[in-house]
Write a protein that binds this ligand. Structure first.
Ligand code: ADP
Length: 496
């Protein structure tokens, strides 16, 4: 009988999860464990790679035991992971030479400043699709090679391996046999040329990074190696960075398909097919997936403060007890009564890129109350997402008809309806909100024959709820105009 299950390993920023799916895409088991965050200095963030591995290994075996599934019935394992986080380890012993430097870590900001003096930011952007930043792996790798004694020489001698978390896990799970990464993860290192599909010689040279440390770049859906689970060799058959996995898990397979994840921040990705669109509106160009010899691209934009504005209502203003209460209070008023909340707590991201803008509440009248402010805070998540959506539309000329949604705040019906109203799109919320893990499972299932092709996957995908624009187009236009107006007033250059 054909093997019936696919396992997704979701190595996130704060926890590792293992989710077991059957061939009908039902979740049949889930195990999750958190791991330690290390903050050695202000602005620095590290993880212990061995802890990530043991945590991931633990949940992988736990989910099997809990679901009562035999390893022999697993067709393949797909990995999805926190992106950009950088690990360097000894090729022979498999021991890390330093903690993993996490994507959030700002320690290499000065290295980025130095890099762009040698290689202009625009050149790096053309090659990698990324605006040079400490966020990506490149300067984190440079930092480790600089700060661990003898590391540069050992790297040059081929004794060290570099990898993002997918790469690290594949290496450990295959018993040190395989040193690879997938194209979507490679695209987040700022070392990979997303057009030629090669590690970029100019960037490597500018950072003095020896090519010997780099993993081989594979597609997102193929058998990389096997992991021995209780005597059974199970193929590791797919990998993708978390946001790309979510795009795939939302079945955004065609150019113009977009997903938005409403978490602490919002992450929006648009499939742009085989064309890599350079953004004029502050978006990042990245690889969406590499599958069956085809490389597909995506535009990516993020909103810094998404669901976090609801946490702010709860923790700083004390207006609600729990995030979910925001819907109840917001629904008590028919609209915001002219109130706008702009949660530019850490500046404004795409398409504005104004690091010095700060938040504000506008339009207060004597009648404005708690419910209006709560509603305006919720609506700010939809307005900011609409800004990114419009930037994607402007960059590609592709018409966006639908938005697939996931993440904690996508549970909020009022927010989803307002999103449909303001962006004038159909909003689709899937039954399975674990889209990141689902995407990794799809990739592994496609490589191992659990699913024949994407059409079959799409046909099985189930909808939870659909939201169509209900507000009149005129009213939506006026409200959005009001938003653009308040944005102008919070900009750092604004004259108040
Ligand atoms: P992350 O993966 O970034 O930790 P989650 O996807 O778990 O985030 O989403 C958590 C965020 O969603 C929090 O910022 C929380 O305030 C917000 N959130 C959760 N439920 C709701 C809700 N019903 N309405 C509005 N916001 C919500």
């Amino acid at each position: 009988m054909a093997k019936q299950y696919v396992m997704a390993l979701d190595a996130g920023t704060t926890s590792c999860r293992a989710i077991l799916f059957d061939a009908q895409q039902n979740i049949v088991g889930l195990a999750q464990r958190e791991f330690t965050q290390h903050y050695p200095r202000p602005g620095w963030v590290e993880h212990d790679p061995m802890e990530i591995y043991s945590c991931q290994y633990g949940v992988m075996t736990e989910v099997l035991a809990r679901a009562g599934v035999d390893a022999a019935d697993i067709a393949g394992i797909g990995i999805t992971n926190q992106r950009e986080t950088t690990v360097v380890w000894d090729r022979k012993t498999g021991r890390p030479i330093f903690n993993a430097i996490v994507w959030q870590c700002r320690r290499t900001a000065p290295l980025v400043e130095r890099l762009v003096k040698t290689l202009p930011a625009e050149v790096i952007r053309q090659k990698t699709g990324l605006l040079p930043d400490a966020y990506y792996s490149a300067t984190k790798l440079r930092w480790i090679l600089d700060h661990v004694e003898g590391a540069q020489q050992r790297a040059e001698a081929g004794e060290l391996c570099f990898g993002t978390v997918d790469s690290w896990l594949i290496y450990k799970l295959t018993g040190g046999k395989v040193h690879v990464t997938d194209a979507t993860n490679a695209a987040r290192t700022m070392l990979y040329n997303i057009h030629t599909l090669e590690w970029d010689k100019d960037i490597l040279e500018a950072l003095n990074i020896p090519a010997a440390v780099l993993p081989a770049v594979k597609s997102s859906s193929e058998v990389y190696g096997t992991v021995n689970l209780g005597g059974v060799e199970v193929p590791i058959a797919g990998a993708a960075g978390d946001q790309q996995a979510a795009l795939f898990g939302q079945t955004c397979f065609a150019p113009g398909d977009v997903k938005n994840t409403y978490g602490t921040g919002c992450f929006m990705l648009m499939n742009t097919g085989e064309t890599a669109h350079a953004s004029k509106n502050g978006l990042v160009t990245t690889i969406a997936v590499q599958l069956n010899g085809r490389t597909e691209y995506a535009l990516e934009g993020s909103v810094f403060v998404g669901g976090a504005v609801i946490q702010w209502l709860r923790d700083e203003l004390g207006l609600i007890r729990e995030s979910a209460d925001s819907e109840y209070f917001a629904a008590k008023v028919p609209d915001c009564g002219g109130v706008y909340v702009v949660p530019a707590f850490t500046g404004l991201g795409a398409p504005y890129w104004d690091m010095y803008a700060r938040g504000a509440i506008f339009g207060l009248t004597r009648g404005a109350g708690r419910n209006h402010i709560i509603r305006a805070a919720l609506e700010s998540i939809a307005y900011q997402s609409t800004d990114v959506l419009k930037a994607m539309q402007a960059d590609t000329g592709l018409e966006i008809k639908e938005l697939k949604v996931d993440g904690g705040a996508s549970a909020n019906n009022l927010l989803m309806q307002f999103q449909a109203d303001i962006a004038r799109v159909t909003v689709r919320r899937p039954m399975i909100r674990e889209t990141t893990a689902l995407g990794a499972a799809y990739l592994a299932g496609l490589a191992t024959g659990v699913w024949k092709d994407r059409e079959q996957i799409k046909a099985q995908w189930t909808l939870d709820k659909l939201y169509q624009p209900e507000m009149s187009a005129d009213k939506a236009r006026d409200l959005y105009k009001g938003w653009k107006n308040v944005i102008r007033r919070v900009r750092s250059g604004a004259v108040l």
